[in-house]
Design a binder for this molecule. Structure first.
Ligand code: URA
Length: 251
């Protein structure tokens, strides 16, 4: 979190405390905070969308930052010993679309940010083609937050060990839509072993587990940008999938 975000959050919490105590606002000295030394993309970018204007937004910022901090400390599987930086995710608070990928690659591992390599640049272009971006209306994360060595698929155990982070991010972020990039993300989110060729291009209901009463979130999957870089024939179907999402966003 940046010092500015912490100052804003502290002021909001003080004001809420005053209100709950006796309804009187108290003058205080502004505490001096410092930026987090570690990379905390989520909190930094979330604060950039102006969401800090409400207590609810401030609580969401704090919750996403807390999840990111837990990801940094996590030792639930062996990937923590092999990674450089974990990649909790980044984007805006209350996103229109939550984009879910597979796991960080080497550039993401070095920078602690999701989808910043070649595939990430293509993802940014795909999102831009339907008026989406991580700066304005998306949050981007992965099913697994640490890089599997050699970019192998995450194992079922690693995916399971990481699952609660994504589930909690979804509960806090409450995206209007979820876009899964590739087979691993789609299979994990939909709890199926069906191939991406059959899963893509159809809207499913994602129901946040253990969140009784939480409304289902429409989820659509398409091919992973890395797959498009390997096989140009997949670009047309991926574009069809994106157009379906765009049509829903425009209704
Ligand atoms: N591929 C993914 O699935 N996620 C990333 O963050 C980068 C590449």
């Amino acid at each position: 979190m940046t010092a500015e975000d912490k100052t804003r959050l502290a002021a909001l919490l003080d004001t809420a405390g005053d209100f709950l105590r006796d309804g009187h606002w108290r003058e205080r000295e502004t505490p001096v905070f410092e930026d987090d030394v570690t990379v905390d993309n989520a909190a930094q970018t979330i604060a950039g969308d102006g969401g800090g204007d409400s207590l609810e937004a401030a609580a969401a910022i704090a919750a996403i930052a807390a999840i990111a901090a837990e990801v940094r400390e996590c030792r639930a599987c062996g990937l923590c010993d092999l990674r450089i930086l974990p990649v909790p995710g980044e984007g805006v608070q209350r996103p229109l679309v939550l984009v879910v990928g597979e796991a960080p690659g080497s550039e993401e591992d070095e920078r602690g940010k999701p989808f910043v390599g070649v595939a990430g640049h293509l993802l940014d272009r795909m999102l831009a083609s339907i008026n989406l971006s991580r700066e304005t209306n998306c949050f981007i994360t992965n099913t697994v937050k640490c890089r599997p060595p050699g970019n192998r698929d995450p194992s079922p155990e690693e995916t399971e060990a990481c699952a609660s982070f994504l589930a909690r991010q979804i509960r806090v972020l409450r995206p209007a839509y979820i876009l899964c990039m590739g087979r691993i993300a789609a299979q994990t989110m939909l709890r199926t072993s069906e191939g991406i060729g059959r899963l893509r291009g159809t809207f499913f209901d994602y129901t946040p587990d253990s969140a009784a009463g939480a409304p289902a979130i429409p989820l659509i999957a398409t091919y992973h940008p890395s797959a498009l870089l390997r096989d140009a024939n997949l670009k047309r179907p991926a574009w069809e999938d994106l157009k379906k999402l765009l049509a829903r966003l425009q209704t």
